[in-house]
Design a protein. Structure first.
Length: 252
C-alpha cells in the first residue's frame, strides 16, 4: 500500500509549528525512510494535488467562511486543503509527517494488505483517549469517494461555526462530527509519543503499550511532555524529533 502525507511550505510569518524549512525537510525525509522500511510506498502531496480536484475553487471559496485566527489562518487553511488533495489522488492512507509506523503499521505482525480497512469506508485511527470517537486527523484511510465526502463534511461543519466560534480547525470539525453519528469509523490504534518516552530503556513488559497499535505520534505535545533524559543529544524542542524517533524505534 501507499502512505501519503501532505506538506506545503509557507512563509515564516505564517508558521506556528516551531519548525524552519530545513527542519521540515529533515522530518519529511525521516517520515519517508521509516514508512519505506515498514514496507510501504510513500508519496508527499502538495497544494498542486489539491488544485487538481474538480471542486477545488468551490472548496477554496467556501473555506473563506471558516472562522480561523488571522495569525495562523494560512496554516489552518492548508490543513483543510489536505483533505481535498487526498480525494484528488483517489484516496487511500494519509498520515501527518510526525506519525511513524510501529512494525509494519498493520496492528499485527503481518504486513498491511493492499485493501483498505472497513471496505474503504472513512476511518480515523487516532482518538482523544477515553473519548467515543473524538478523532484526531493524523492517520486516516478511505476511498476517493469517501475522502471527497469527508472533505466537504468537515468544511460544512466548520462553516456552521461562523459567528459561534473564533477559531475552528479541521481537527475540531472532525471531533464535532462524531456527534452526528456514522460520519466515520474509528479506532484507537495510534500511541502518543509522550506516553512512550519513559526516560529509561525499553523492556519486555513495556511492549504491551504498543500491542495492536499501528503507529506512534511524535507530536508537539510528545516533545514537550516526553521524558528524554536517557537519549543522548535529545532536547524537548520539536526540531529534535528525528533523534528521539531513531532512539525509540531502535529500542522498540
Amino acid at each position: 500500500p501507499t502512505m501519503y502525507t501532505f506538506f506545503a511550505r509557507i512563509h515564516p510569518n505564517n508558521k506556528i509549528t516551531g519548525m524552519e524549512d530545513k527542519d521540515d525537510t529533515i522530518l519529511l525525509q525521516t517520515w519517508t525512510e521509516k514508512w519505506t522500511a515498514a514496507g510501504w510506498d510513500t508519496e508527499i502531496l502538495t497544494l498542486k494535488h489539491a488544485k487538481k480536484h474538480p471542486r477545488y475553487e468551490e472548496f477554496l471559496t467556501k473555506l473563506q467562511q471558516v472562522p480561523l485566527n488571522q495569525k495562523n489562518r494560512v496554516y489552518n487553511e492548508i490543513c483543510y486543503l489536505r483533505w481535498l488533495a487526498m480525494s484528488a489522488v483517489g484516496g487511500g492512507w494519509m498520515s501527518d509527517y510526525d506519525i511513524f509506523p510501529i512494525g509494519t503499521a498493520s496492528g499485527t505482525n503481518a504486513p498491511q494488505i493492499a485493501q483498505l480497512p472497513n471496505g474503504g469506508d472513512f476511518t480515523v485511527y487516532s482518538i482523544i483517549p477515553g473519548s467515543r470517537g473524538a478523532g484526531i486527523p493524523c492517520l486516516m484511510s478511505g476511498s476517493g469517494e469517501e475522502w471527497t465526502r469527508m472533505s466537504f463534511k468537515v468544511l460544512k461543519n466548520a462553516i456552521s461555526k461562523n459567528g459561534k466560534q473564533e477559531h475552528w480547525t479541521d481537527m475540531y470539525a472532525l471531533m464535532d462530527l462524531r456527534w452526528g453519528g456514522g460520519a466515520f469509523k474509528y479506532g484507537d490504534e495510534v500511541v502518543a509519543g509522550e506516553n512512550m518516552l519513559l526516560g529509561r530503556g525499553w523492556d519486555q513488559s513495556d511492549c504491551a503499550l504498543t500491542e495492536g497499535k499501528r503507529a506512534i505520534h511524535f507530536s508537539h505535545s510528545a516533545m514537550k511532555f516526553g521524558i528524554m533524559s536517557d537519549i543522548k543529544g535529545a532536547t524537548n524542542h520539536v526540531t529534535g524529533r528525528p533523534i528521539v524517533l531513531d532512539h525509540w524505534m531502535k529500542m522498540w
